[in-house]
Design a protein around this ligand. Structure first.
Ligand SMILES: [Zn+2]
Length: 585
């Protein structure tokens, strides 16, 4: 075969592959939906009379109207379609993904009857997935009352399900934990939140083809980016209602088979420092703890995880982060399985015919022991709800600010303070969560934050309105507080330290850790390696790190069983630059 023939064949093959994965023909069933998402509409089209948001009423609605019974009704509703594989039946009225999405649309339409401003419809796209060419996400949209307030809030969950084989359209794929729980959450939240009004638009989306490659979320994210749709935040809910550990689910979120945890929920998000997704994760935890936690009869603890998802796994928040949006994933603390359903001996429920709603223990033909906990799920609805509501009513932008280190402590100075706002200042040093928060009232600078020497502090600030609602936090700024180098650094002190490993504290519930390196003079092509050793000096892991920014980071996947003291050393061009202790407790 000559080169031209070879080239032509390769080109034809490449085109075939492209067509196989290409997404095209993005469209809404109702053109008004796109106008709302673009912010190009007159609010008077949808609202008349008083539309001022009422924070107290929103909180009251979340606390009193969110209902376990309603969640159960949604789960039973979804359960009837037997299989929601992206390639399953689209014509049957009783079985398959077509019937499921029509049912979901009917739920949104029902909320539209209660509040005519609430719009619903499909977002469709063409792509070959499991032998079907056209796929649909289901959307419910509550238009904002003030189009000068930019950016809509997207709450999503995938509604497709799967068994052991990714395109099996004949099996029983009820997918109740993964991800009937997320669907019920999104529907319940749309029902409750649509009883109130908000300046910014709320979008509730149920995505398809997550199980084949995050395709429904990717189609919408790409469409949003191409059309410069202003998305303020994306909250993805996937595997959000189960509380029981399977055999293969990872500890310590899952300490052991059949262990139960209904008191914690995990947020996964990309990045460590100056990360928009991590900022959104902190905003979510803070909004819930400030606004709702005290009034909850049962408390939930939000764990901000280090990585974007569980090791080797993904979800619908990822395509949005890839397009530059702030996107996070909320997931149960305990999962029933690791989704690796084709592994020999896998007995857990996730990604199998066993992911059902519950079992009939006493044999009366009714489910009396549920695998999805509707009371846990209800609390997760409330976490999503308070976060989206605060995002929808809060001030538009964080302030500009300066961060000054005068040797005695840190000062924060708001560049252009406004008299009708306060400012919330978040300090963070060694972990993903804020160490300290200050509210700055009626003045432009804060001077009294004392810091430890030889540390790094990351600071972000939100604008706070008179009712105590925050804007999203700014991207972080960092300050490096100089000091006497600890012993391990003294060997480099003479040469003038221009790089440093940031101190970190591993979170006992997390399976990964972000390691960060500060570089005074970063340049393209500068690389280093991080050598992690145990107390005997044995190398546990070596990680490559690019050093082309002032703060560089890499994720260390240590797994769950790591305990004890380790050392992490930074090497550049064969020279040991810095060492930090990693203490896993
Ligand atoms: Zn899922």
């Amino acid at each position: 075969m000559n080169y031209i023939k070879q080239f032509t064949l390769a080109l034809a093959l490449a085109l075939m592959v492209c067509q196989l994965f290409a997404q095209s023909n993005f469209r809404f069933s109702d053109p008004n939906m796109l106008q709302i998402l673009k912010g190009q509409y007159a609010p008077s089209q949808y609202y008349s009379g008083q539309t001022k948001p009422n924070k107290a009423a929103i909180k009251q609605a979340l606390l009193s109207q969110t209902s376990s019974d309603s969640l159960l009704q949604f789960l039973f509703g979804l359960n009837q379609f037997r299989n929601r594989n992206s390639g399953s039946d689209t014509l049957s009225l009783t079985n398959g993904i077509g019937a499921a999405r029509n049912w979901a649309l009917q739920q949104f339409q029902r909320f539209g009857q209660a509040n005519p401003a609430f719009k619903s419809g499909f977002f469709s796209f063409d792509q070959q997935i499991c032998n079907i060419g056209t796929h649909k996400n289901v959307l419910g949209i509550l238009p904002g009352t003030d189009t000068s307030q930019k950016g809509f809030i997207l709450i999503e969950a995938h509604y497709d399900s799967r068994c052991e084989t990714v395109c099996d359209t004949a099996c029983e794929a009820r997918g109740m934990e993964d991800n009937g729980s997320g669907v019920a959450l999104v529907l319940e939240l749309a029902r409750v939140l649509s009883s109130q009004t908000y300046p910014r638009t709320l979008v509730f989306m149920l995505t398809t083809a997550e199980e084949q490659g995050l395709d429904g979320a990717n189609a919408f994210a790409v469409f949003a980016k191409t059309n410069t749709l202003p998305i303020r935040a994306v909250l993805n809910n996937d595997v959000i209602g189960g509380i029981i550990c399977g055999k293969t689910a990872s500890p310590p979120g899952c300490p052991g088979e059949n262990e139960i945890d209904s008191l914690q929920v995990r947020i996964f998000s990309a990045g460590a420092n100056y990360s928009m997704p991590k900022g959104l994760a902190r905003f979510t935890k803070l909004s819930f703890e400030e606004e709702l936690l005290a009034q909850m009869p049962v408390k939930t603890n939000i764990q901000i995880m280090n990585a974007e998802d569980r090791i080797g796994r993904g979800g619908d928040h990822i395509p949005f982060r890839q397009q530059g949006y702030a996107a996070i994933r909320l997931t149960s603390a305990n999962e029933h399985g690791d989704a690796n359903a084709s592994a020999a001996g896998y007995q857990d429920r996730q990604h199998s015919t066993r992911d059902v709603l519950g079992k009939d223990v006493n044999g009366d033909g009714k489910l009396d022991s549920l695998f999805v906990s509707t009371s846990y799920l209800k609390r997760n609805v409330q976490i999503n709800g308070i976060t989206s509501a605060m995002l929808a009513i809060g001030p538009q932008n964080p302030p500009e600010f300066e961060l000054i280190n005068d040797g005695n402590g840190l000062s924060v100075k708001i560049t252009n303070p406004q008299s009708n706002y306060a400012y919330k200042i978040g300090f963070r040093s060694r972990s993903n969560t804020f160490d300290t928060l200050f509210t700055l009232n009626g003045q432009s600078d804060l001077k009294t934050y004392h810091v430890k020497k030889d540390s790094f502090y990351f600071v972000s600030i939100a604008t706070q309105d008179a009712e105590g609602t925050e804007s999203l936090f700014s991207l972080e700024k960092y300050v490096k507080v100089a000091g006497v180098p600890p012993t391990s650094l003294q060997e480099n002190a003479a040469s003038g330290k221009t790089m440093q490993l940031l101190p970190v504290s591993p979170n006992p519930i997390d399976e990964t850790l972000s390691l960060s390196v500060w570089v005074q003079n970063p340049k393209l092509g500068l690389v280093g390696s991080l050598m992690i050793t145990d107390l005997q000096g044995r190398i546990v892991k070596e990680l490559h790190i690019d050093l082309n920014k002032n703060i560089n980071e890499v994720v260390f996947e240590h797994g769950f069983s790591t305990k004890g003291l380790y050392h992490c050393s930074l090497f550049v061009a064969g020279e040991k630059i810095d060492t930090q202790r990693l203490w896993f407790r």
